[in-house]
Design a protein around this ligand. Sequence first.
Ligand SMILES: Cc1cc2nc3c(=O)[nH]c(=O)nc-3n(C[C@H](O)[C@H](O)[C@H](O)COP(=O)(O)OP(=O)(O)OC[C@H]3O[C@@H](n4cnc5c(N)ncnc54)[C@H](O)[C@@H]3O)c2cc1C
Length: 463
Amino acid sequence: MFHVLRKKPVDKLAEALGKSKVKESLMERKLYSYDATPIPIERALPSAVVFPDCHEDVVKLVRVCYEENIPMFPRGAGSGLTGGAVPTMERGVVVSFERMKGFEVNVDNATAEVQPGVVTAQFQEYVEKLGLFYPPDPSSFKYSTLGGNIAENAGGPRCLKYGVTREYVLGLNAVVKEGQVLKTGNPVIKDVAGYDITKLLVGSEGTLGLITSATLKLIPKPKARSTALAIFRNLEDVGRAVTRIFTSGVFPSALEFMDSEAIKAVEDYKPVGLPRAEALLLIEVDGTPHSVLEDIKQIEELLRPTGVEVRTAKSKEEEEKLWSARKSLGPALGNLKTGKINEDIVIPRIYLSEAIPRFREIAKKYQLLMVIFGHIGDGNLHVNLLYDKSNREEEERAEKAVDEVFEVALRYGGSITGEHGVGLTKKKFLRWQFGDVGYELLRGIKLLFDPKNLFNPGKVIEL
Ligand SMILES: Cc1cc2nc3c(=O)[nH]c(=O)nc-3n(C[C@H](O)[C@H](O)[C@H](O)COP(=O)(O)OP(=O)(O)OC[C@H]3O[C@@H](n4cnc5c(N)ncnc54)[C@H](O)[C@@H]3O)c2cc1C
């Protein structure tokens, strides 16, 4: 008697795309089951990792997955911090876009057509050589991909002046539902036809479909930059200083905040000679060589009478040193404790001076070390709760404290996330932010794009 060998669902993917694009080795399945989320999350070994190398491959892939009920977990560089790219079902496949890294710049139109696997920094360097500028600057830009940035609506320090990724996506190609191709937007700045599906897909974290290309807006590259450091003896003065700068006519390209614990953490980790203070503001302005000097001078003149010392970086090296201090905060915190919950809440700027002491009270209540830094100009703060990973009881206290951090952010009319997205880790808080009506609409939208719930299932919302 003969047994008819039934094909595994992933065999059909290999048939449709070619064997070289579907990897099933244990090593690959393990390697692609992680992202950079620093806390324990639900994860599963995927049944395979698929590497499409063009739009047509993605169409074939989605068709097979929809026929065979295979969940798809899209992935860029896996630098996400909320579990967005992590597979959570063994039946599922990880869809890695690392082979789709082509792009073409149209200098005359100041736009670019990009595939999702392009590394952010490589794209930025290329366009800057052409005198153009693509501002979104997540700290992970050296390895993150444009697809991941679009799916997360990523941002960084420069977004204060230039806006987040969403502002730069003019159009998209995506594969949705059972393999249908959706084209949204156009390579134009003004397009007000119908609902804005492009903007809806930006930040959808892979839950509505797979993005296969995007049209990005580019702007002229600023000719010069200058950086200064403002040193505060009182935390309360920071909010007032930010308001003074904003109402002075100077529009900083970045305004980064570090509290006293953050300063200490950097100096203990890799000393750069930061002054001991209650808080620091790293201020960057851009424009012409003349205007940046004028702007920094104006900021100095504004803040000095209020007792705030302002030091201007006198050379490129000094400037880089200051920015390296800001950028080394992540590893510096790793030096303090083995565990870290790094939240990225947003609070309207006017309430920051009130809210920061509330966060400190939460840390005190749960007896935890808390370090706060971030993009104070847009109210986006990284509230870090540090704990010892081997101490479950302390970890639980950190988890409880996070709930209260989110409560404070929402109470002040802010958001649970300004950068890292919802993914798996913030799913339970999304309803708090959207309310029942908003949440039901989100669910309806999800099902419209993905009736079988196969695109990144279990992420962002519960169905
Ligand atoms: C050290 C460090 C610093 C960071 N700093 C910042 C920061 O300053 N600002 C910020 O915003 N974020 C930051 N992040 C978070 C992260 O880097 C960003 O979210 C980044 O945009 C993710 O890009 P990625 O290519 O790694 O995407 P991944 O992590 O691989 O994926 C992110 C999400 O996008 C989805 N996705 C990927 N490609 C596609 C596609 N083609 N179609 C549909 N969905 C897709 C995935 O399913 C997932 O939900 C940081 C992370 C680290 C580790």
